[in-house]
Design a protein around this ligand. Structure first.
Ligand code: SF4
Length: 225
C-alpha cells in the first residue's frame, strides 16, 4: 500500500483548540486551490505509513492530547476510519482538517465516535468555488456542512481571502449563507500570506478586507491576520 502521510509535525499548541497535538499531513488532494500553500503535499507522495505514525505517537503520547489529520485532504484515504480507531486505542483525541468533500466518511466516523473536532474550509460562494478550487465539488461541501450542522461534532469554519479571488461582497454572501443554514460557531477569516509558494500564479495582495464591515448575530467572526 502506498504510504499515506507526507510529513509529521511533532508538536503544536496552535492547531487543535486548547489541546496539545501533533499534525499528520496526508499526501494528495482532490482540489487545486489557487492559493494553496502546500503544493508539495498536494502533488507529492507519502513518506510515512500508518504504522510509522502509530509508532511515533506511542513514543510521544505523554505529550499529546490529540492528533490533527491534515493535508492535502486526509478524507480521501480509504483506510482513515481504521487508522482513527487505532488512534482512539492510543487514547488520542482526533481533529480533522478538511475541504468538506467526503460527507459519507464523516458520517461513518461520527457514528463510530472516531472524530472529536473538525475544521472545515469554506473556499468560496457557489459561483466562485470551481474557479478558485479548480474542482467541481461545491455540492459536496454543502452536504458536508448540513451533516455537520445536524451532528454533535464541535467544528469551526475557515476561509482564506486573496483579494483578487474573493471580495467583500463574496464574503458577505458566504456569511449570509452560513446564517441561513443555521451555523452559529466560529468563522476564521485569514488573509493570504504574501510571497508564499502556491499552486496558482498569484500576485501579492495589496489590501485587506476591513473586519469592521462584517457583523453577524449568530456567527463569531475571527480575523486572524
Ligand atoms: S488548500 Fe485546497 S488544494 Fe490545498 S490542501 Fe487545501 S483543499 Fe487541497
Amino acid at each position: 500500500m502506498a504510504k499515506p502521510i507526507y510529513n509529521i509535525t511533532p508538536f503544536t499548541l496552535l492547531d487543535y483548540p486548547d489541546k496539545t497535538a501533533c499534525i499528520l499531513w496526508f499526501a494528495g488532494c482532490n482540489m487545486r486551490c489557487l492559493y494553496c500553500y502546500n503544493p508539495d503535499i498536494v502533488e507529492g507522495k507519502g513518506r510515512y505509513s500508518y504504522e510509522d505514525a502509530i509508532t511515533f505517537i506511542r513514543k510521544r503520547k505523554y505529550l499529546l492530547d490529540g492528533v490533527v489529520l491534515s493535508g492535502g485532504e486526509c478524507t480521501l484515504h480509504k483506510q482513515l476510519p481504521a487508522f482513527c480507531r487505532q488512534l482512539k486505542d492510543e487514547g488520542m483525541l482526533i481533529k480533522i482538517d478538511t475541504n468538506g468533500t467526503n460527507p459519507d466518511l464523516i458520517l461513518d466516523l461520527q457514528t463510530d465516535g472516531l472524530v472529536d473536532y473538525i475544521a472545515l474550509d469554506y473556499k468560496a460562494p457557489a459561483a466562485k468555488h470551481a474557479s478558485i478550487t479548480q474542482s467541481s465539488l461545491y455540492a459536496r461541501f454543502e452536504s458536508f456542512l448540513k451533516i455537520l450542522l445536524k451532528s454533535n461534532i464541535p467544528f469551526e469554519i475557515r476561509t482564506t481571502v486573496h483579494t483578487d479571488l474573493l471580495n467583500e461582497e463574496d464574503l458577505q454572501e458566504m456569511i449570509a449563507f452560513l446564517e441561513k443554514e443555521g451555523f452559529a460557531g466560529k468563522l476564521f477569516i485569514q488573509h493570504f500570506v504574501n510571497d508564499s509558494r502556491t499552486i496558482g500564479q498569484l500576485r501579492n495582495i495589496a489590501g485587506k478586507i476591513d473586519p469592521g464591515k462584517f457583523a453577524s448575530g449568530g456567527i463569531e467572526m475571527v480575523f486572524r491576520n
